[in-house]
Structures are given as C-alpha cells and as structure tokens.
Design a protein around this ligand. Structure first.
Ligand code: UDX
Length: 478
C-alpha cells in the first residue's frame, strides 16, 4: 500500500491513553495496521513502559522487538506524561489526570517534532485515544491526518457526544436532575439515567475528569476519522446515527491475533499462572472474579463479596489487584479468608484474563463490565454477573444485560450483602439457560464481524482506503 504523492507507505504515530484497558486494544490495533502495510510508531508513556518492563522482565526496552521479526514495520518510543516514573498514579488519580489535561501535550509535541524531522518515510497521520485533549491541535500543527481511536462502546461515545442534549433536557449538570427515561439521543432508543456513565451521573461536574472529558470531546470535533472497538451488528442504530455526524467506523472486537497469547507484552502487573489449578476443576464449575485495571472498591464491599463467594460454595479464581481498594492497602481480603477458602479458590494479583476465560473450567464471570472484559467474556461464551463500578461500566451493563441478555444484574442501589452475592452467584453458575443461549448468538455476531467478509473487516478496509485518500489529499495540498 503506497501513499500516492510520495510513493511511500503511510506512517502513523499511535499514542494510546496511558491506562491498561486502553493500551491493550491500542497495541492490538497497531499490530493490525502494521500487518496491513502501515508503518507505525507506537508511543507508550515512560510510566506505562516501566510497569510493563517490570511485570514482564523479558520484554526489554522495546515491546515490539519480537513482533518486528515477523516482517512488520512497527517502531517504539516512550514519552513523559509529566510526572516522575514511580509516582503513584492510582493513589493520586486526580493529579495524574491533571497532568494528562495540562502537561502531557507539551511532551507529546516535543516528541512529534523530533519524529517529523527524522522519520523516514515521513509521518502522515496521528492515531490517538479520543480521551486526549490535544490530538486535533497537534495534528493541525504538524500537517497530520487525525484518527481518533475510541476504545469503548459506540453508545458511550454517543452519550458524551450529545452531552449538551442531556444538559438541555435536565438529565445532566443541573440541580434538580430528571429521573425519567432518556429517549432523545439520536440512535439511542432509550436508557435510564442510572445507565449513564458515572461522570454523567455525578452532581459535582467540575472535577478534573469532567474537564478532561469535555475538552476531549471538543477536540474530537477536529478528528478526520473515528474508529471504534465495537461491532456494527450489536449497536446498529447508534452507529448509523453517529455516521451522520462524522466518519465513524466500527472495527471491533480488537483482540490480539492469538487471543490468549500476544507477541507484545502489555500487562502492567505480572501474570500469575492459573491453568494448572483450573485443569483440576470440572467443566464450567469455576467463577472468575475480576474488577479490571482501574476502578477501586470499598473495603466493606470486598468483604461482602468475599463472604458471599464462600457462601455460594462455588470454585473461584479471583484477581485481587494490589490497588483494588487502595495501593496503601495491598491485602484487603477479610482476615482468615484464605484459610477458609482452602483449595476452593485461587487468589492472584493479575493473570492472563483471556487464557482464564477460555479455560473450559470457567462457568461465569463476576465482572465490573469494563468494555474489554465484556467483549472478551462474550468471545469465550462466559455469562456475566455485572457489577459496574465507574465510568462507562454502567452503560456497558445496560448493553450486556438489558439489550443482549448475556449477563445478570448484580449491584443493587442499596449496596450489597453476602447473602445476595451468594444467591446471584448460584443463579449464574447453576444453569442460567437464557444467558448461555444468548451469549452464543452474540459471540456469533462478533465472530462473523471479524471474519474475512464480516462488517468489521469491511469497515477496517474502507477506513484504510479513506484514510489513504485523505493523506494523499493533504500531501498534494502542501
Ligand atoms: C476501563 C473502562 O471501564 C473500560 O470500559 C475501558 O475500555 C478501559 O478502561 P478497565 O478496568 O481497564 O476499564 O477494564 P477492561 O476494559 O475490562 O480492561 C481490562 C483489560 O485488562 C482486559 O483486556 C483484560 O483482559 C485485562 N486483564 C484484566 C488481564 O489481562 N488480567 C487481569 O487479571 C485483569
């Protein structure tokens, strides 16, 4: 594939958001672009790079070194996010976000300037996470085409995109918020205010995260293309409505080509092996419990969940991330829990989630409904017990439970107690025929979309064609 004006391949600089759930699909997408003939310069923050290298000591200074051996041209750079490498971004979340809001772009600008001066072939395009507040400004400055990468559901994009409509109708950002159904967002038949992303349910809308989101969606207006990790057949109306606004391509699910194995190290924590333990357990008898990479849970809730899991009597693998409550409380499980669970459970700080979900012993997933986890669970046909904690997870719950019927609700507004936890787990693990049937259908939709003639593959090819044309046009006009 050659860019017309120069006769050279398109060269993209790809900058993922420096959070685990964004780095993973970004690495996978970068590999896919490179396999289609793009030259990709992939940029992690120094902090993310440091965590990956520490978690997987073999990954060395360049996480793409092995991938390059397959012949693709993918280069690797790191950039400072504005804070010292060892600064605790989990504990000081708002300071981290403030740095991404105010400081990060200056470092990125310096990096792009250097790459623009040195790159061969020349840099032609910037692919960056939609949540950044600066891509369209920097793309303009350096004459690059800007591709905004949205790693979450199209529904979530649509709701942020139309935040002014929510405000106008009194569902967001006012004192007496309406509590009735939201039925006026283009392409969204209806949803309840409790299905909104947590940031759109908050009463204080002046936080650093709010400023960041509003500014990011302002910047996103300057995007030449938006590519989204979703599937056309799963969100058809929402995607069609967005396509009336801008070039929007559904290209998901974006997994690594091996699904359970990746050529590139991406985990920020060392992965514990679960296979040996799982191999000893009967088919679909084990509950997998994980609340993702980002959100925190209260200590009280952890205790109720822990006692509830024991009460349910099922086998379980539980990822207790070292900062799940706080990085100052690295072992938040109730006293005596480990002794009581014995061989019924396996507690790990982090694992290769895709390998665990694919294991035949897994029969259910108690999940926070992160978008990656949702897609991965569907791919492995593992029904979910949905316990959203933050951000888009409430909206993903709505898609998984209400629309696609591949999961059960868990959270009650009144909080949780161990008896309820145990009952829900038993319902999920013992039969639950509807979810198990529906998840097979939704999995089929994902599989078809990513097949050679599937919608995501076609959309991906169309996106590359349109992007190449846009790059050529830009080159001819300069
Ligand atoms: C947040 C948002 O909620 C999510 O919707 C967004 O897409 C990214 O940021 P996060 O907590 O990172 O979510 O969850 P999720 O999207 O599910 O991503 C977590 C990733 O880490 C998944 O790809 C999962 O496979 C991986 N993971 C998780 C592991 O590899 N090992 C683990 O032990 C736990």
């Amino acid at each position: 594939m050659l860019a017309h004006g120069t006769g050279q391949k398109p060269h993209a600089i790809f900058i993922p958001y420096p959070l685990q759930g964004h780095v993973i699909p970004s690495v996978n997408l970068a590999l896919k672009l490179a396999s289609k003939g793009f030259i990709v310069t992939f940029v992690n923050t120094q902090s993310i790079h440091h965590k990956i290298s520490k978690a997987q000591p073999g990954s060395g200074g360049d996480i793409f070194a092995d991938a390059r051996k397959s012949g693709i041209d993918i280069r690797y750079e790191t950039v400072c996010d504005g804070l010292p490498i060892d600064f605790d971004r989990s504990l000081n979340h708002d300071q981290f976000m403030a740095s991404l809001l105010h400081v990060f772009s200056a470092h990125v600008e310096e990096l792009i300037r250097r790459i623009v001066q040195q790159a061969s072939p020349p840099l032609t395009c910037l692919i960056a996470d939609t949540f950044f507040v600066w891509p369209s400004i920097l793309a303009k400055k350096f004459g690059l085409v800007y591709v905004s990468f949205w790693t979450e559901a199209a529904l979530v994009y649509a709701l942020y995109y139309h935040v002014d409509l929510l405000r106008l109708n009194g569902h967001f950002g006012c004192i007496d918020k309406r509590e009735d159904t939201i039925d006026y967002i283009p392409g969204v038949s209806s949803l309840e205010p409790t299905d909104l992303m947590s940031y759109l349910q908050d009463t204080d809308t002046s936080t650093v995260v709010h400023q960041l989101i509003f500014k990011a969606f302002q910047d996103d207006k300057g995007a030449d293309f938006v590519i989204c990790n979703t599937i056309q057949e799963l969100e058809p109306e929402t995607i069609s409505a967005l396509q009336l606004e801008k070039p929007f391509f559904a290209i998901g699910p974006i997994f690594s080509s091996g699904f359970t194995k990746s050529m590139v190290a991406t985990s920020l924590w060392a992965e514990s092996d679960c296979a040996q333990w799982l191999d000893t357990k009967p088919h679909e008898s084990v509950l997998y419990v994980s609340f993702g990479s980002y959100a925190h849970i209260g200590k009280q809730e952890i205790e109720e969940i822990a006692h509830g899991i024991l009460l349910s009597g099922v086998y379980f693998v539980w990822v207790v991330r070292p900062d799940i409550v706080s990085s100052e409380d690295t072992d938040p499980l109730p006293e005596g829990f480990r002794e009581e669970m014995g061989n019924r459970g396996l507690i790990v700080p982090w694992c290769n989630q895709n390998s665990v979900l694919k294991h035949p012993a897994i029969g259910g997933f108690l999940t926070h409904c992160g978008w990656n986890s949702t897609l991965e669970s569907i791919w492995c046909e593992v029904p979910m017990l949905c316990f959203p904690l933050l951000t888009d997870q409430f909206t993903n719950r709505k898609l998984a439970v209400d629309d696609w019927r591949v999961g059960l609700n868990f959270k009650s507004k009144l909080g949780i107690n161990q008896k309820e936890v145990a009952d829900k787990i038993k319902t999920l693990m013992n039969g639950n025929a509807e979810c198990r049937k529906e998840i097979k259908n939704v999995k089929k939709a994902l599989e078809n979309a990513s097949g050679p003639d599937g919608s995501s593959e076609k959309n991906f090819d169309q996106f590359i064609k349109d992007l190449t044309l846009r790059i050529q046009k830009k080159e001819l006009s300069t």
